[in-house]
Write a protein that binds this ligand. Structure first.
Ligand SMILES: Cc1ncc(COP(=O)(O)O)c(C=O)c1O
Length: 399
C-alpha cells in the first residue's frame, strides 16, 4: 500500500520524477523507445522474475513438485490479474500466446456455412482479417468491410446497413492500428446486444493504454495481450469469453488440460466449464507467471495516470507534427477519439525510409511501413517530453 502511495505521489510530480520510473525499464536508456505498440520494453522486476523462474527450472527441474506448483500457481495468479484488469471473472479468461491466438480461437469456434457473414473494419491488422479471409476461402463465408470511424451515429448507421440475417459475428478493432483512433466500442455493444449478434473486439492497442471493462463494452469476446502496452514479456496473450459463450463457442484445438472428464474406453470427454477449455498442452507457463510482476508495476503507477500521461505526450507530438511540411497526421486530434498512438503519413518527407534513418542515425525506434509510407508512434507514459521533441526535430530535418 505504501508502495502504491509512493508511486501515485511520484506521478503527481512526474515531470521531475519520471526518471525514477524510467530507471526501472533499462531499455529506455539504450534508445528512444517509441514502439511499445509492437512490443513493450521490459521492466527489471519482470525480467528478474522470468529469470528467477527459469533458474528454478534449471536447478530443480521443471517437474519438481515445488517448482511446478509455484509456476502454475503464478500462472493462475496472472489469469486472476488479467481478469481483474479487464473487469471479468477469471473463469472467462483463457491465457493465450498472443492476440492472434485469441482471434483464431473465436473465428474457428463457430460452425460456418457458405454465405454466413462476418463484419470487420477496413483497418484491421492482418491478424484481425486473415482468420476471416481464411474462413472465406475454406467455407465460403462472406467478409464485409465496415469503415472504421469515430463518429458514433455514422458508425452505427454504416454497421446497420451491413447487417443481415446471415451476420454471424461482428469483429472490430478497439483501437485502429492504422491511425490510432479509438472506436466507440461501448455504443456498438449497446446497439448489437438486443440484436443478439456476437460481438468481438481486438484489444491489442487498448489493453494497458487506457482502462477497459468487458461488462461496460458489452462484447462477447475480447482478445488482448500483455506484451505491448502492459510491458509484459512476449507471449502473454489472453482471450475473454463472456460467461454465456463459454460452453457455446466450439473448441477447435483440444488436448490435455482442457477437460473435466476423459475416458478413452467409452470414447467420451467433458470439457471444462471455464474459458480454460480453450487452452491445452504444454506451454512455457513461466512467461505468464512473470506477467504478475508487470501488472503489479502497471497498477502501482496507476492505469489512469498512465492513460493521462500517454495522452498528453501524444497531444504534444501531434501539435508538433502538424507544423512539419511533408507530414500528414492521420490520428484524430481530439482526446475522446484518440489514444496514445500517433500515426502519420511520411510520403512528403525527403527520405524513402525515415524509420530506418531515425534508427540508424539517432537510435529512435518507431514503427514505419515504407510501402504505405506511414509511421506509428506509441507515445507511452514512460517517455520524456524531450524525446517527443527529439523525434519531431529529427523529422523536421527530413522535411
Ligand atoms: C490491432 C492488432 N491486432 C493484433 C495484433 C497481433 O498481435 P499479436 O502479435 O499479439 O498476435 C497486432 C500486432 O501489432 C495489432 O496491432
Amino acid at each position: 500500500m505504501q508502495f502504491c502511495i509512493k508511486w501515485a505521489a511520484l506521478f503527481g510530480r512526474l515531470k521531475t520524477d519520471i526518471q525514477s520510473i524510467r530507471a526501472q525499464i533499462p531499455a529506455l536508456a539504450s534508445c528512444t523507445y517509441l514502439n511499445c505498440g509492437t512490443f513493450g520494453p521490459t521492466p527489471t522486476i519482470v525480467a528478474d522474475e522470468a529469470v528467477r523462474l527459469t533458474r528454478l527450472i534449471e536447478t530443480k527441474g521443471p517437474y519438481d513438485r515445488d517448482v511446478n506448483d509455484e509456476i502454475l500457481g503464478l500462472f493462475e495468479h496472472s489469469r486472476r490479474d488479467f481478469a481483474k484488469y479487464v473487469g471479468a471473472s477469471p473463469d472467462e479468461i483463457a491465457l493465450t500466446r498472443n492476440v492472434s491466438d485469441g482471434i483464431n480461437i473465436v473465428a474457428s469456434g463457430f460452425d460456418w456455412s457458405p454465405g454466413d457473414e462476418v463484419i470487420i473494419t477496413n483497418e484491421e491488422h492482418p491478424s484481425g482479417s486473415l482468420p476471416f479471409l481464411n474462413l472465406a476461402e475454406r467455407y465460403g463465408i462472406q467478409v464485409k468491410l465496415l469503415k472504421f470511424q469515430t463518429n458514433v451515429e455514422q458508425l452505427i448507421a454504416d454497421l446497420d446497413t451491413l447487417l443481415s440475417d446471415k451476420t454471424k459475428l461482428v469483429f472490430l478493432s478497439h483501437v485502429s492500428t492504422v491511425d490510432g483512433a479509438r472506436l466507440p466500442a461501448k455504443e456498438v455493444g449497446e446497439f448489437l446486444k438486443p440484436k443478439n449478434i456476437p460481438y468481438m473486439l481486438d484489444g491489442a492497442h487498448a489493453v494497458g493504454q487506457f482502462p477497459v471493462s468487458m461488462k461496460d463494452l458489452g462484447c462477447d469476446f475480447y482478445a488482448g495481450c500483455g506484451h505491448k502496452w502492459l510491458l509484459c514479456q512476449q507471449g502473454t496473450g489472453f482471450l475473454y469469453v463472456a460467461n454465456d459463450w463459454i460452453t457455446r463457442l466450439k473448441t477447435s484445438w483440444v488436448g490435455w488440460g482442457m477437460t473435466e472428464d476423459y475416458d478413452l474406453d467409452s470414447l467420451s470427454y467433458t470439457s471444462l466449464k471455464t474459458a480454460q477449455r480453450f487452452e491445452f498442452g504444454t506451454r512455457y507457463w513461466a512467461t505468464h507467471a512473470s506477467a504478475v510482476k508487470a501488472l503489479e508495476f502497471h497498477n502501482n503507477i496507476g492505469p489512469e495516470n498512465i492513460y493521462t500521461r500517454s495522452h498528453d505526450l501524444a497531444n504534444q507530438l501531434k501539435r508538433r507534427l502538424v507544423d512539419i511540411p511533408g507530414i500528414t497526421v492521420k490520428t484524430p486530434m481530439n482526446r475522446m477519439d484518440s489514444t496514445g498512438i500517433v500515426c502519420f503519413s511520411t510520403s512528403g518527407l525527403n527520405h524513402p525510409e525515415p524509420g530506418n534513418w531515425l534508427w540508424k542515425n539517432h537510435r529512435i525506434l518507431t514503427a514505419h511501413n515504407p510501402v504505405t509510407k506511414s509511421m506509428r508512434i506509441a507515445a507511452a507514459f514512460y517517455l520524456l517530453e524531450d524525446e517527443i521533441d527529439l523525434l519531431a526535430d529529427k523529422l523536421s530535418e527530413l522535411a
